[in-house]
Design a binder for this molecule. Structure first.
Ligand SMILES: [Zn+2]
Length: 185
């Protein structure tokens, strides 16, 4: 049972209620999460421990802890950090950023902001890594570009320059997203 390429990456938030009994999760309550492939999308389902009384088949299953989401951050103009840059690149969903997104996820894992929960390998050998945000419980689905060493240096340089606040170059609003999976014949 391999995974197919369903877009480049995405974020799935922890739900506030159990998918089965609709009970609201309490702060710091343990719960179980799984990811399912639903057509083109990954769907994340969160279960309370009571409902998790049998093994649910899913692509990935992990135990986690529900955390009440922090209040929205104040609107401040601050320097880009690795996390805000990762979120921005995920929003832009541009194929050209695939390598940079992966490097940022690895950086955030080293900073213990993200935790790797699973790695899925498709039949064609491509890898998807599933990270969970320690504070918000969001799942980040990140394609592992399996970079070679020489390419790695270039990507790291690009990430450093993006973090340094240099403009991204092309305006995402005016540049249509390039997607290899929607190529015409
Ligand atoms: Zn439940």
């Amino acid at each position: 049972m391999g995974i197919e390429n369903r877009g480049h990456w995405s974020v799935r938030k922890c739900s506030k209620t159990c998918v089965k009994c609709a009970k609201e999760f309490a702060d710091r309550e343990s719960l179980f999460s799984r990811l399912l492939a639903d057509g083109e999308e990954y769907v994340r389902e969160d279960f309370c421990c009571d409902c998790w009384n049998k093994k649910y088949p899913g692509l990935s299953v992990w135990k986690t802890v529900f955390l009440v989401p922090p209040p929205p951050a104040e609107e401040t103009v601050k320097k880009e950090n690795a996390e805000s840059l990762l979120r921005k690149l995920i929003d832009q969903d541009d194929e050209v950023d695939l390598d940079a997104v992966f490097i940022l996820a690895v950086m955030l894992e080293r900073k213990k902001i993200l935790v790797e929960r699973d790695v899925q390998t498709a039949e064609n050998g491509s890898k998807m890594r599933i990270y969970e945000h320690r504070k918000t419980g969001e799942s980040f689905l990140i394609v592992d570009p399996q970079l070679k060493l020489d390419a790695l240096e270039q990507v790291q340089e690009r990430v450093v320059s993006l973090l340094g606040g240099k403009p991204h170059g092309d305006d995402p609003a005016s540049a249509p997203a390039k997607r290899v999976d929607s190529a015409e014949e």
